[in-house]
Design a protein around this ligand. Structure first.
Ligand code: SF4
Length: 383
């Protein structure tokens, strides 16, 4: 295990002006991070809530939080787990905003989904807003191709975007089933609008479906008509939204070359949210669940460089001391929004629930939930 994460993490969101932080809503009684009783307090609140509480922990969460998760997983697995617990009135989602929205959509109306820090968003999901996607669709209509286009949105998108896709007969996908989603979409139409992660869309289309880079165009929501001429839209098979993950987007071809020179024989294993030139250089590509499985099954003594979020890589390195597991990049890079969920926020939300006070509840309005659910159900029905 060769990861050195240096000094302890800064506790994001603490000591700053709350008004400067979008969505922060911890009125007054967030416990100090220095409180030595935080772990004990979280345990006590969890015990007091008993079966009324179900805590979900995304793989990218900090260890201090993940220790309290009843189940860990990627965003889709966690939403399914929430839906499978109708007896728990409180779901505390240790993840980011779009995940809590999906959990709210998939759980019963009586269940409350709580996000311990409302500022835990996702920069990728924020790169596609409803108005921008509406505008894009109008550009497709103006180009006369909207009827040929099937929209697909990655799970990492807001409920609004999932609902847009549901209204237009499309589907949600995850990094595990993106190929199946594309195959399904191409059986219904000749073009796909892929939201919001251009890299997952491009990597799946080119590396798994045999399309060429020339079949793909990138729609930039910050430019008129996406920065594309009508002919470019008409000729494209994949219309990729110009969004990306700020964590996975950091890995470069140089990171791969560098780790190969430092660790002879290393296996490079990356997430498909990485840039195309990175996945092209990698030995293995797959979702977080795939990465976990690969390392669980890897032989002792093997060496791995992993291109995904650092909390997960560090946890895997700690779990497999018989293997060399390193972070693909030399620069330490956590998902800063995932890291906003820390022990003080978790304790605050659990203790509030134990008092009968629901804080930071995530709710999706009925109409949005209806259409977003249609897109999620379509994903579940993928062949
Ligand atoms: S790792 Fe990337 S995609 Fe995942 S929550 Fe963080 S910013 Fe969003």
């Amino acid at each position: 295990m060769t990861i050195d994460i240096g000094s302890p993490l800064l506790l994001l969101g603490r000591g700053a002006d709350p008004a400067s932080e979008r969505g922060v809503n911890c009125p007054g009684d967030l416990p100090p991070a220095s409180d030595p009783a935080l772990v004990e307090r979280a345990r006590a609140a969890k015990a007091a809530l008993g079966d009324r509480l179900f805590v979900l922990g995304h793989h990218y969460q900090r260890d201090e939080v993940i220790q309290f998760a009843d189940v860990t997983g990627d965003s889709f697995k966690l939403a399914q787990e929430a839906a499978a617990r109708p007896q728990a009135p409180y779901i505390v989602f240790c993840g980011v905003h779009f995940m809590a929205e999906s959990a709210d959509i998939l759980t019963s109306p009586d269940q409350r989904v709580v996000l311990p820090d409302l500022a835990a968003g996702c920069s990728m999901a924020d790169m596609a807003t409803y108005d921008q996607v509406e505008e894009c669709w109008e550009a497709l209509e103006d180009a006369g191709i909207a009827d040929d286009v099937v929209p697909i949105t990655y799970m990492n998108s807001s409920a609004d975007i999932k609902a847009f896709v549901g209204r237009h007969g499309g589907t949600v996908c995850t990094s595990s089933n993106a190929r199946r989603a594309l195959e399904w979409a191409f059986s219904k139409g000749s073009k796909v609008l892929f939201l919001p992660d251009q890299h997952l869309g491009r990597n799946t289309a080119v590396l798994e479906m045999g399309l060429s880079l020339d079949d793909c165009v990138v729609y930039n929501p910050h430019r008129p008509d996406g920065g594309l001429a009508t002919d470019e839209l008409r000729d494209a098979t994949m219309i990729l939204w110009r969004g990306h993950c700020s964590v996975h987007g950091r890995f470069s071809k140089e990171s791969v070359d560098d780790v190969r020179s430092r660790i002879p024989g290393v296996n490079v294993l990356v997430h498909p949210e990485c840039r195309h030139e990175v996945v092209q250089e990698a030995d293995h590509i797959g979702s977080t669940e795939y990465i976990i499985r690969m390392l669980d099954e890897a032989p002792a003594g093997s060496a791995w460089a992993i291109g995904t979020e650092l909390n997960l890589v560090k946890r895997l390195a700690d779990r497999h001391l018989d293997k060399t597991i390193v972070f693909l990049d030399k620069t330490v890079c956590f998902c800063s929004t995932m890291n906003r969920i820390d022990l003080p926020h978790l304790v605050w939300s659990l203790e509030s629930l134990a008092r009968g006070e629901v804080v930071n509840q995530i709710t999706v309005d009925a109409e949005t939930a209806h259409y977003a659910r249609a897109a999620l159900d379509q994903m579940l029905a993928l062949p």
